[in-house]
Each structure stands twice: as C-alpha cells, then as structure tokens.
Design a protein around this ligand. Structure first.
Ligand SMILES: *Cc1c(COP(=O)(O)O)cnc(C)c1O
Length: 383
C-alpha cells in the first residue's frame, strides 16, 4: 500500500460493535474479564488501549516499521528509550539538536551516568573518532533544528552497523511522508507527534517506531512500568490529523519553497537555511533521502542584533510568535530566547544559532499572504 492509503486506513478497522468508521475514543481505564485472565486482549489502559493501538499500528505502517509505541510526549518517548541504557554507556549525538533533547541528555541522563558526545555530523565520518567499547547509540536529527543541516542517514547507519551500535533518528522535522529512516538503515525512529504528524497544534504526544522485537519488548516493559502514556482522546486526534498528513506536507513544502525564495532575495536578509536550495551544503543528501524539503526555514538578518530579530517577531500579523512547529498555521520563533534558550550561548553560537536567527514553521495558508506578512514585518523594522 502507498503512503496516502496507509495514512487513512492503516490500523483502522470499522468498530466491531457498531460499524463506526472512525476508531472510537476508548475512554476507559479497565476492561471486564470473563473470568480472571480471560479477556479480549485488553486488561488495563496503562498497558494497552484500543485507540492507542490503532495509532501505533498506523505509525508503524507509515514509517515502514514493525512496531509502534505511543507516549504522552516526544520527550517521554526519548525518556523511555534512554532508560534502556545503563550507567557508563555512551551516546554520540548530532550537535545541532532540539533544545529539549539536549536538556534531557545533559541535565537528566548525564546525572544517571550516561555519557554524551555532541558531534558535527555533516561529514558522517567525524563520528568514528568518538566510538569506543561503551558506545551504545548514535542519535541524529535531520533536518536539524534550527539550522536545517542535513545528515546522511544511510552513511551514519553504515557506521552504526559496522560498530554494532543502535542508530536512533528523531524524524519530527521531516515526518514519515518526507523521509523514512528505517528504510535507510536506522534502528529506532522517534517522533514528537505534537508537530507535523498530529499537525493541528492541539495535542502533545510522542512515538517510537522500530523493527527489533526484543527492543520493543523492553520499551513496552519500561513504558508499562513507568507510565508515560497518551490518553485515548489525544490518540484519536493524532489519528484524525494523520489522515491528511500527505496533503499537508505537500503544501508545507510548496509554501516553504516560496517563502525561502522570497527571503533569499530580500536585501535585509543575510542568510537563509533551507535544504531545498541547491546551494545548501548537503542539498544532494537531502535530495537523496527526502521526498521534498518541508516548510521549516531559518534565516538571519544583516542587522544582526537580538532586539532587531525580536522586533520582527512582534510585527508579524499572520505568523504567530510561538514555540512548536508543524501545525497548519504558520509560526515564527526566536531560537536564542525561545526553543534554544536552554542551550548555553557559546554552545548555540558554535552551531550557528546567533542572536538574530529567526525560525519559521511555514503553515498551509496562502503563500502570498505569508510572504506579504514577512515583508511588512521585516521592512517595518529594518529601514
Ligand atoms: C518538539 C520536539 C521534541 C519533543 O517533543 P514533545 O512532544 O514536545 O515532548 C523532540 N524533537 C524535536 C525535533 C521536536 O521538535
């Protein structure tokens, strides 16, 4: 089955009792057993819930994976994945990272004895020097947040395989419609469903998708033992959002291209980071591993001051100044003081998150209106 058909149908059968075409919201904590231990496959909703199961099956299908697990947030998914490691284990992570991922690594799991290396992976071979007998996982985000760097998933997967370590990919920015890391050799895909997958800025959820049975078993055990689950209503909303994922991603990418092309020509703009440009340093890798280039764009102003950037954010009328990304509505953010405020200034400037960097999540409104909005905001600030 192709993507669009899976998005709408995978995991979703008409409800067996009524024929309802939409998977019901099974708002229940427990399930009646005929006799102790004799039940219909469900016992307690921390462990399983049918609405959640439908979403898990659907997500596994979209990522071409065997198993899916859903969590109360993207970070809860990462938390459970990190719990599979032991003190002394080492993880090599790409260095341009979602702020919350950097925070859970350095402020939570470092404290429990995991060791993290943050590496510029634009050349995958730079990973090799950090691999040792304690290395257990390579962790990447691509496109990266917020610099839109592209990491070659297949090249990193080859290094991971050769050294017998896991490759985990945070696929939030691309969504499975634009990129399927498991097909490129990754072992584990993590999502913040909050973003493109649910797509309507109305839920916080996460997921892990993978093929390995033993690791799935371990993750399910940890999830059940520690409890970070989503509620059934949120699962329903995510399933509903996914039905249009392919349509939305086409439009996000189309609008992203138009906005990026507008910005790159604007005299007040110094740099535009978008992997669809043929001048992007890893454009050829992006073209190889992504179906389209998405609607995430970062740019900086020639007038490179924190206050100038913040002024632009206060002048937009359609773009909303907010954290998050991937919803149908366009958002604008200032990484240095918003999403990446938890990363020290020296660290963030090393990867290019300067004071004037502005990040856009281009929505699916009319592209002409979005461009006009950015134009008036930039021109009212930079004269
Ligand atoms: C938002 C985000 C997360 C965290 O997900 P939550 O659902 O907010 O917990 C992880 N990775 C990336 C790339 C994100 O954008």
């Amino acid at each position: 089955m192709k993507f669009a058909t899976k998005a709408i149908h995978a995991g979703q059968e008409p409800d067996p009792t009524t024929g309802a075409i939409m998977t019901p919201i099974y708002q229940t904590s427990t399930y009646v057993q005929e006799r102790p231990g004799v039940h219909k496959g469900y016992e307690y909703s921390r462990t399983h819930n049918p609405t959640r199961t439908a979403l898990e099956v659907n997500l596994a299908a979209l990522e071409n994976g065997k198993h899916g697990l859903c969590f109360g947030s993207g970070l809860a998914a990462m938390d459970v994945l990190l719990k599979t490691f032991a003190p002394g284990d080492e993880i090599i992570s790409s260095n341009d990272l979602y702020g919350g991922s950097y925070r859970i690594f350095t402020k939570v799991y470092a404290h429990y004895g995991l060791k993290f290396h943050f590496v510029d992976m634009e050349d995958a071979n730079s990973i090799n020097q950090y691999i040792n007998k304690n290395t257990k996982m390579i962790w990447i985000e691509t496109p990266t947040n917020p610099m839109m760097n592209i990491i070659d998933i297949a090249a990193v997967a080859a290094i991971a395989k050769k050294n017998n370590v896991l490759l985990g990919v945070d696929n939030t920015f691309a969504s499975p419609y634009l990129q399927t890391p498991l097909d490129l050799g990754a072992d584990v895909v993590v999502h913040s469903l909050t973003k493109y997958i649910a797509g309507h800025s109305d839920v916080i959820m996460g997921a892990i998708i993978l093929n390995d049975d033993a690791l799935t078993e371990k993750l399910r055990f940890l999830q059940n033992a520690t409890g970070p689950i989503p509620g059934p209503q949120d699962c329903f909303l995510a399933l509903r959002g996914i039905k249009t994922l392919h349509v939305r991603m086409d439009r996000h990418s189309e609008n992203g291209k138009k906005v990026a092309e507008f910005l790159v020509k604007h005299p007040a703009v110094s740099k535009v980071y978008w992997p669809g440009f043929s001048t992007h340093p890893n454009h050829s890798v992006a073209a190889k591993q992504m179906k389209q280039f998405g609607g995430m764009i970062s740019f900086s102003l020639k007038n490179d001051h924190l206050e100038t950037a913040r002024e632009v954010l206060s002048k937009v009328k359609i773009f909303a100044c907010a954290e998050s990304l991937g919803g149908v509505e366009s958002l604008i953010g200032h990484p240095a003081t918003m999403t990446h405020a938890s990363i020290p200034k020296e660290e963030r400037e090393k990867v290019g998150v300067t004071d004037s960097l502005i990040r856009l999540s281009v929505g699916i409104e009319d592209a002409d209106d979005l461009i006009a909005d950015l134009k008036q905001a930039i021109e009212s600030v930079v004269k």
